[in-house]
Each structure stands twice: as C-alpha cells, then as structure tokens.
Design a protein. Structure first.
Length: 131
C-alpha cells in the first residue's frame, strides 16, 4: 500500500492542480473575454473584472504549475472574499446560499499553496525534479 501512496499521491496532486486550474480559467474567460459566450457578462463592475483577471492568469499558472504556491494563495484569497461578498449574504448554510463551489475552490487552492505544484509542472522542472 505504501508503494501505491508513494507513486500515486504526487500524481493525484498533479491532476488536481491541472483540473482545478483549467476549471478556474474557464470562470475567468467568461468574465474577461465572454468566452464561451454567455449572456450578461460583457459589462462588468471593476471588482468582477479584477476577479476575472485573477482567474485567467491564476488558472493558467496553476494549470501549468508555474509559481503555483503564490498563484494558488492569491486565488484562495479571491474565493474567500467572493464567498463573503456573493454567497454569505444569502444565508448561513453553503448549500442554501450556493457557496459550496466557492468554498471548494478556496480550500483546493489553499492546499495547493501549502503543497506546491507536485509533478508534471513547470515548478518541478525548474527545481530539477521532472515528473
């Protein structure tokens, strides 16, 4: 069992990082570039535009694993702010205020900020530890 943990845990971390980064990038693309085209996303308040830029830039950085700890920390903070600004005013429970995805992103990115990119990342290549 230790062999499975040793071999697959870093790979699972890499997959989590890639998928979370790409999904977060998608949220930013619709805010910044209206891609894929969605109604009502073309004229946004400045704070939402800033969030979109964080999501695009951070999503790319996390997906490729470059400056992962810093990018993930900023993205985790963005999600904490988003929860208290967007979800919490609609109720206490995350299921009722639709804040579950926000909380998940917040803690996934906080985990990545703590652990780093893992294998299959530019950070690992720069450190001389290819996946």
């Amino acid at each position: 069992m230790d062999d499975i943990k040793t071999v697959w845990a870093p790979r699972a971390l890499g997959l989590l990082r890639i998928i979370a980064g790409l999904l977060f990038l998608e949220h930013g693309l619709i805010k910044v570039f209206a891609y894929p085209a969605g109604p009502g996303f073309f004229h946004l308040p400045p704070l939402i535009e800033l969030a979109g830029l964080i999501e695009v830039i951070g999503g790319v950085l996390v997906a490729v694993g470059l400056f992962t700890r810093v990018a993930a920390f900023i993205m985790s903070g963005e999600m904490a702010v988003a929860y208290f600004m967007m979800a919490a005013p609609h109720g206490f429970l995350p299921l009722a205020n639709r804040g579950e995805p926000i909380i998940l992103y917040c803690f996934i990115f906080l985990y990545l900020a703590a652990t780093g990119a893992g294998p299959w990342s530019v950070d690992a290549l720069r450190a001389g530890k290819p996946g």
